[in-house]
Design a protein around this ligand. Sequence first.
Ligand SMILES: [Zn+2]
Length: 340
Amino acid sequence: MNSNGMRGRGPLASGALAWALAGAIGGLAAGSVGPAQALSIDVSLKTGTGVEAAPAGVLGAGALLDIAEAAASVWTAALDDGGAGTSFDIEVAWGDLGDASVIATTYVGTVGGGAKAAGPAVIGASTSPSIWFNSARSDWFMDADPLDPSEFGAAETIEDGAGNVTGQFFVAETSPLDGVLDMFTVMLHEIGHAIGFLDYTNSPFDDGGVTIAAPLPMEGYEVPLDTIGGGHVFVPLTPEQESLPPLQQLIAAAQNNEAYSHALFFHSIAAGERRLPSLMDLVAMAQVVGYELVDPDAALILAGGEAYASAEVPVPAAGLLALSGLGALGIAGWRRRRRG
Ligand SMILES: [Zn+2]
């Protein structure tokens, strides 16, 4: 499904891959302090071969490195490695990715005896992933204050039929924000791959999903996953849908089960949407890689120590995701029709 289809990468292509964010990050309620965390994520700008200047004409004045640092802070606020001393030195860069449908690509390298730096192999290791964002596109939103979602509408959450939070997101209400890709969301998704949520050799989710085990929240939950080109939340297609072109397959997958289509680790991104890791995204990450949640009881999405969800409005799964038709998809992926 990914444009390059290479193992060891976590490419994200709008229109080719859509995912949603939502959820419940391990909560640092404002003013509270979480336990000491051994997980370390440092970010820096890559230099050298292939690095391009930021594309002209993007929306917003945010810098790539600042957005990367904000996204890293969300992950370290949510995840703990149990004191193993896991560290990532992530380089981020703009580059011409060669395929206009690709948004970003993550390279993770190897650890130890040549194992892919994904899954449990990253726990306790020190690795240097790199994440490339497509400079050939100009439809980016570079938020100068990514931990403040005020440019978007009120926070929305998705729950499945059992009350599990599988998506938390914001939708732009006005143009041009409603037509561009939120770099903060893409960064969160790709850093998620870089810190271990990716297909790897002998993956426990090669069979199409991972079952959440105690002591994690959502014990027994089966998160549907697809390992093609990287770990993603996905929903099986019907045989008829599997004959559709890739973009239409993603639309169909989103429609098959709206409870998953706003997950951070869903395959593709919608224009004008900001997603955060949902509780489902977090427990899937924790189960696959071996992280713990900083605060398993947290119910709100948090970023920068402040709850995003003060205006949180639960959205019933049914009827949530009405797609506005192929004409609105294009390279920006699917869009959700605004509810009246
Ligand atoms: Zn991805």
